[in-house]
Design a protein around this ligand. Structure first.
Ligand code: HEC
Length: 728
């Protein structure tokens, strides 16, 4: 039986709550021990989180989301002796983005498809597993993989969002469902991938879906009962109707023309939040415009508040306090949903209470978190859309041609961001922020034939134009521009202090510790520790898959551990193409826990050796070209630019001969819908593809498979002739 399936069956069997017995799944065998009773995490404990450094009780460890562990038993002097202590292989094979939470020796972590797991944090024994049974078809409404970024803990319960928009409360001791609340309308392509935060007994949760077409909001639910307390919409609805809040009345004037409200307008709150108990302000990061293309969304221009903004709200009421917009009139998917960190910094001789963010648009921002006042903002990566920030107004100056009105525009950063959701961390000891940075060029081109497709991608640009050029020489040039690196940033001086090149984009989030270490995983499948002061690589371990999630540190019985979930996936790996192949990773979803002297080992990586098996191409060039356009519109987001798989879902060039015969049954009929591959004959009640369309796409895929076969053959020939280049 397939290994992942085997694990799935074992975990799902009644009574099969133990660690799967397969050798290597979690070695050494867990000792049985009595766990401390489940403890009640609450406001007071999270506020005083430094009093219990052994625990990691909320998403960013503390309400200020610094992701700094005060533990220092593992430090610069001894980190070279770090070894795998235990690991767990998850029964899923999609992207892993979660931050594990640990309290009183129990670890809670989410995986693909919104599954929730609890472990004995010392032994790795699986305590329980909750599968919220997300309908697999919902995957088509997700821009960026069937991921989840973690849970929240409160009063003996575990809270998580599900891909289909539910907020669930589980009993922390047993995993039993306590309550479930649908937080989104089920006839709209909303999704939840972000971790809830809990403030004053209210579970704060947003959602995603701006690529598909939704209206963003954030809501608060009573942690005890699941009853909704408030909801704050981030963008105006129908201007003919009264606005839901005074803040939205103001926002209305910054939108002009178009009918954005009919399809949503975007501005989803899909990830970042922070809380300052002293100021009693809840900060939420707001996403991009929907569609991306402002000419379609708001053709008269305008700033389009509160897209791409940081919002400060009152946690008990959702009342607006201030906002800062990072990208005026967003046209590039420049979300401001990236991780936000609160810290007190000495700037110009004064201690300032700041909020920091490095959103997709490439600026590192330092704002006064009491008032939203702009303090400083400088580029942490290459930008072509702006000439910089006007220091008097704090407003980014936009290069008009980057808006691709008449002509396509090559823009940096790309919609993947110069930094995406992968959390950064702050060390109060070095004063530095550690950021996974990337540079990826992207071509934006207006789509004059745009029409809305219910529940599918609706970004208003010709995605095909963003594909890697077919000319191999030009493609090689573009790929050379793609970069990924770990950067240490001085937020006071607003400048880079050190960097480590990682040679591929979409690397893992970071953890900093009182041991003066920075931990981070990479797209290329290494988990590593660096000297926080200068970036010297002090330790690393291969993990056999790309790491995008952020590590944490905790202690049980006085022993310090570092944990990270590994598993290639998420936006860029799913979107595939040669850019994602720079990492060379494939998904293996696992949890890895390290300690000094840890002796666990990973099972040998299973190598798959498939060959393209395309039937003879019978279509003409025009059919292939038409297939390419349809492919870009409907398939590329998951199967990759150029049909080059990114290592997450199947690479269509490598389909078996059998799968080729089932192509239409899969693509139209939904033969594989249980694994997240919907039938495209109709989505949300609207006709999408017919048999002719599917045949055109198939012709394009066959052509790509033939090209790959030829490449493999010549690479094999070259290898036989003694050249260094072999098949990949
Ligand atoms: C939302 C993501 C998503 C989109 C969009 C998508 N697919 Fe898939 N597709 C998947 C997943 C996941 C699988 C793997 C299913 C499995 O494991 O059996 C898959 C599998 C397939 C397979 C079987 C491949 C094999 O080797 O087993 C074919 C064929 C396929 N998709 C074609 C398409 C085509 C054509 C389109 C565009 C019309 C498309 N897909 C769009 C997610 C997607």
């Amino acid at each position: 039986m397939h290994r992942v399936l085997l694990l799935a069956v074992m975990v799902l069997l009644p009574g099969g709550c133990g660690v799967p017995a397969e050798p290597g799944a979690a070695a050494p065998a867990p000792e049985s021990r009595t766990l401390a009773p489940v403890a009640a995490v609450d406001d007071a404990r999270i506020r005083a989180t430094d009093a219990e450094p052994q625990n990691w009780m909320s998403h960013g460890r503390s309400y200020d989301e610094q992701r700094f562990s005060p533990l220092d038993a593992i430090n610069r002097g001894n980190v070279a002796g770090l070894g795998l202590d235990w690991h767990f292989d998850f029964p899923t094979d999609r992207g892993m983005e979660a931050t594990p939470l640990v309290v009183e020796g129990r670890m809670y972590v989410t995986g693909a498809w919104s599954h929730v797991y609890a472990f004995d944090a010392k032994t790795g024994a699986l305590l329980w597993h909750h599968d919220p049974k997300v309908p697999p078809e919902w995957a088509v409404h997700l821009c960026c993989d069937v991921v989840n970024r973690g849970v929240a803990l409160w009063q003996g319960r575990v809270y998580a969002g599900t891909l289909d928009g539910r907020l669930i409360a589980l009993d922390a001791a047993t995993g039993a469902l306590v309550w479930s609340q649908q937080t989104t309308p089920t006839d709209k392509p909303y999704s939840i991938t972000g971790a809830p935060r809990i403030v004053k007994g209210l579970v704060i949760i947003g959602n995603g879906g701006s690529e598909m077409g939704v209206r963003g909001y954030v809501s608060a639910y009573d942690a005890a009962t699941g009853g909704m307390k408030w909801r704050f919409f981030t963008v105006p609805g129908d201007p003919a109707q009264p606005a839901e809040s005074p803040a939205l009345e103001t926002a209305k004037a910054t939108w002009s023309g178009g009918e954005w409200w009919k399809t949503g307008g975007g501005g989803t709150v899909w990830d970042s939040m922070a809380y300052d108990p002293a100021l009693d302000l809840l900060y939420v990061g707001v996403g991009n415009g929907s569609p991306w293309n402002q000419q379609i969304r708001s053709p008269g221009g305008g700033d389009n508040l509160y897209l791409s903004s940081i919002l400060a709200l009152r946690p008990e009421t959702g009342e607006y306090v201030w906002h800062y917009q990072t990208t005026p009139g967003d046209a590039w998917d420049y979300t401001a949903t990236q991780h936000m960190i609160l810290a007190d910094l000495v700037i110009g001789g004064q201690t300032r209470k700041v909020i920091m963010q490095a959103p997709k648009n490439g600026f590192f921002y330092v704002l006064d978190r009491a008032t939203g006042e702009f303090i400083s903002g400088e580029a942490y990566a290459q930008q072509t859309w702006t000439t910089g920030i006007d220091k008097a107004t704090g407003k980014a100056q936009v290069v008009e041609t980057a808006r691709y009105h008449d002509k396509e525009a090559l823009v940096l950063p790309s919609p993947y961001g110069a930094h995406n959701w992968q959390p950064m961390s702050f060390s109060p000891r070095t004063g530095l922020v550690y950021i996974p940075v990337q540079e990826i060029p992207f071509v934006f081109k207006h789509d004059p034939a745009y029409r809305h497709h219910q529940g599918l991608w609706n970004v208003g640009v010709q995605i095909e134009a963003a594909g890697l050029p077919e000319d191999p020489a030009v493609a090689a040039q573009v790929l050379k521009m793609v970069q990924g690196r770990l950067v240490a940033w001085d937020p006071v001086a607003q400048k880079e202090v050190w960097r480590v090149e990682l040679h591929a984009p979409f690397n893992g989030g970071t953890l900093s510790t009182a041991g003066d270490l920075v931990f981070a995983g990479s797209a290329r499948g290494e988990f590593a520790a660096y000297d926080a002061a200068n970036g010297t690589a002090l330790w690393s371990a291969p993990v056999q898959t790309g790491v995008i999630a952020p590590p944490i540190s905790y202690a049980v019985d006085g022993k310090q551990y570092v944990a990270v979930v590994a598993g290639w996936g998420g936006a860029l790996p799913l979107a595939g193409g040669e850019v994602a192949r720079l990492a060379g990773s494939v998904n293996r979803s696992r949890l890895l826990v390290y300690s000094l002297g840890g002796k666990d080992t990973l099972p040998a990586a299973v190598q798959t050796t498939r060959q393209p098996e395309p039937p003879a191409l019978q279509a003409d060039a025009a059919t292939v070209a038409a297939g390419k356009t349809l492919y870009a519109q409907y398939c590329m987001a998951c199967h990759g630019d150029g049909a080059v798989g990114g290592g997450v879902v199947p690479d269509l060039r490598y389909m078996s001969a059998q799968t080729h015969t089932e192509f239409e049954a899969i693509v139209l009929g939904g033969l594989r819908h249980e694994r997240g591959m919907v039938g495209f004959a109709s989505v949300m009640g609207q006709t999408v593809l017919d048999a002719e369309g599917a045949r055109k796409i198939h012709a394009y895929v066959i052509q790509r498979a033939e090209a790959e076969k030829t490449r493999l053959a010549s690479a094999a020939q070259a290898a036989a002739a003694g050249s260094a280049e072999g098949p990949r």
